[in-house]
Structures are given as C-alpha cells and as structure tokens.
Design a protein around this ligand. Structure first.
Ligand SMILES: NC(=O)c1ccc[n+]([C@@H]2O[C@H](COP(=O)([O-])OP(=O)(O)OC[C@H]3O[C@@H](n4cnc5c(N)ncnc54)[C@H](OP(=O)(O)O)[C@@H]3O)[C@@H](O)[C@H]2O)c1
Length: 336
C-alpha cells in the first residue's frame, strides 16, 4: 500500500501523519507533497525522515493507492487528474467536489457504502462542522426522522489553518504586551472577540460555511432535512463546538436521546450537569470521538430536542474521517 499526503505541512496534513501512525494504518510507503514553500522540508513518520516533494504535473502518483489531499480547493481541482490518472483513490478535504453528483461525500458512521460508488475515483470529506454534526444526528435519525435542525457553531481558530492558529497566539501576546495587533488570516482581531462570519456571504445572507451545513447534511444523510446554521469563529485554538436543536417526526425524550448517543458510533456521552460535566473544546483537542452533552427538551417545540457537541475538527472533522474512509475501503476489499 502506497499512500500520498498532499499538503503535508498544513494543519490537516500534519494530523494525517499522526492519525496514520496512531491507527497503525497498513502502508508500505508514504510520499508527501507540498508547494515550493514546503518542498524539501523533512517530516518524521514511524522513525523515518520523509522529504516533501513539489506537487507537479508529472507521474509521481504512479503506484500510489490512496492520496489524501488537504491543500485547498484550487489545488485539488488543478491536480485531480494528475493524482488519479494512474488509479489512485483521491480522498479530498477541500470543498472542490463535495456537491458534485459523481463524487460521494462520506462520513463512515453515516454513509460508508457511498464511498464504493465513485466514478471519478474521488471521494470528498465533508466540511468539518458538518462531519461532527451528522455523527450526532445519525443517532437521533435512527429513532425518528429529523425534519429540521437549527445549529449555532463555535469554531476554533485552527479551522482556518496552521497560520491562523499561530495568528491567534500572536494576537493574545500582542494585546497583553500592548502592541498593535496583526490581523491577516481573519477579517478582524479574534483574540478577546467573536467573529460571526466564516467564509464569504452568499445571496441569501447566509455564509458559504452555513450553506455547506445545509447542502452537505442532506447529501450525506440522503434526507430532506432542513438545516439553518449560524457559524461563528471563536478564540478557541482547536475543536469546534455546536449548539444543536432538532425537530423530529415524533417527540424524543432526553432519556431516549441519551441512550442513543451513548451507543452511537463515534460518539461519547458526556452529560452530567450535577457534576458540571459537559464537553468543552479546551479539554477535547486531539480526541477521536464527537462528545455530546447538555441534552434537554426544547422548551419552544413539542417535537424538539437540544444538545451540545464538541469534536476536534482537524481530527474527526478532517484527517481522521478521511483515514476512516480509507480503512473502510481496505476492509471491504475495494482498494488494494
Ligand atoms: N483546518 C481544519 O480544521 C480543516 C478541517 C477540514 C478541512 N480543511 C480543509 O483542508 C485543507 C487544508 O487546510 P489546512 O487547515 O491544513 O490549511 P493550512 O494549514 O493552511 O495548509 C495548507 C496546505 O496546503 C498546501 N498547499 C497549498 N497550495 C499548494 C499547492 N499549490 N501545491 C501543493 N500544496 C499546496 C500547503 O503547502 P505549502 O506549505 O507547501 O504551501 C499546506 O501544506 C483546506 O482545503 C481546508 O478547507 C481544514
């Protein structure tokens, strides 16, 4: 098994190195790619130093079985043909092809089989906020069909990449040192602030990030579910949090939901208000599962339920989900 990571120097690329190692992913050779900014840099994987190659239009992907790409939508679109032409399965973290009808959009806890039907040999990893939400929604959908979702997200700085995380650290240092604050990766200073905009605005007043949650959830769940999202950048470093309200066809009690979450795949129930136990991003960075807490009846809707989730968006929201897709393909014998 030969595996490639495109965008190895990035926040998601670095997580791929950790996740592949942690999960003992069955690979014989790993190749790393980047732009001229990181080409030549070396990263250690399982005790061996691997040099980052410059991503180019050549035959470097000959013999590669699985290519994990996390280098932005533009890079995926430009290099898709180069990466897949010799037979590699491309599992992409960007938004390039997520909504294309001939590209499956996969979260292994929800729709693994979709990965088997990939006419272009491309599989898309959903948006990070959508991934962690659908893992939780699946547990409820198994009880009663979800008609509507309202969700407010609290998204960490690292969702905008490695440099954005560094910028947040630097902003806190600058504020405390009474220095002018550098603002490059976000529209405004994020330290000591909240920014109610992620990605650009669309014609209906929602941002692209919010529309991803609407469209991608429907595609992954094969459902007519309606999702109204409000996405907010918060000055947490890592792990996204989401406050979710669902309306189901029949009323679901908090007890029933708790039981479903407790046994739901990829979920951990953390819901003990008396002991002040609930998920928080500071303490769940680097963890695999999606954590669920604050489960209660919606006071404004007879068929409503509300809860709070936290998941590491670089892990389950990106690298881990992609690796789980690859593991599924290997398990069912759909890739070498
Ligand atoms: N961060 C998250 O939480 C998260 C979650 C889900 C999905 N994603 C998606 O994953 C992708 C990467 O995000 P990130 O957070 O890891 O960003 P990042 O930290 O900014 O890293 C970007 C990576 O892309 C590489 N790259 C850029 N242009 C390239 C090119 N022309 N050729 C080869 N490599 C190129 C960079 O390599 P150089 O250093 O060599 O330029 C770098 O390794 C994005 O599409 C993002 O939307 C991110």
């Amino acid at each position: 098994m030969k595996v490639a990571i495109v965008g190895a120097s990035g926040a998601v690329g670095q997580e791929f190195l950790r996740v592949l190692d942690e999960r003992n992913f069955p690979l014989d050779e790993l190749v790393l790619f980047g732009s001229s900014r990181s080409a030549g840099r070396k990263y250690t994987f399982r005790g061996k130093q691997i040099e980052v190659k410059l991503l180019q239009h050549n035959d470097d992907f000959k013999g590669v079985d699985i290519a994990f790409t996390s280098a932005g939508a533009g890079t995926t679109k430009e290099f898709c043909e180069t990466i897949t032409k010799h037979g590699a399965v491309l599992i992409d973290n960007s938004s390039a092809y997520r909504m294309d009808a001939d590209v499956p959009l996969v979260v292994p806890e929800v729709n693994p089989e979709d990965a088997l039907n990939r006419p272009r040999n491309v599989i898309a990893n959903p948006n990070c906020t959508t991934i962690q939400m659908v893992v939780a929604l699946k547990a409820i959908e198994n009880l009663s069909h979800i008609k509507r979702v309202h969700v407010a997200t609290y998204q960490a700085a690292s969702g905008a990449g490695a440099a954005a995380m560094d910028e947040l650290y630097e902003q806190y240092r600058q504020v405390l040192a009474n220095e002018p604050v550098t603002v490059e990766k976000f529209a405004y200073q994020l330290a000591f602030n909240l920014i109610p905009q992620i990605d650009v605005f669309t014609d209906n007043g929602y941002t692209k990030e919010e529309m991803k949650m609407f469209n991608e959830t429907r595609k992954i769940m094969h459902s007519d579910i309606q999702v109204s999202a409000m996405c907010v950048r918060v000055p947490a470093l890592r792990s996204h949090s989401e406050s979710i309200w669902v309306e189901t066809e029949r009323p679901i009690s908090p007890e029933e939901a708790r039981e479903a979450f407790a046994k739901g795949e990829g979920l951990v129930l953390m819901d003990n208000p008396e002991k002040k136990e609930y998920p928080m991003p500071l303490f769940l960075a680097g963890k695999d599962p999606v954590y669920v807490g604050r489960i209660r009846k919606d006071l404004a809707n007879e068929n409503g339920l509300t809860f709070w989730i936290v998941g590491d968006q670089i892990k389950k929201g990106a690298a881990l989900n992609a690796v789980q897709i690859a593991e599924y393909l290997i398990k069912v014998g759909n890739v070498k």
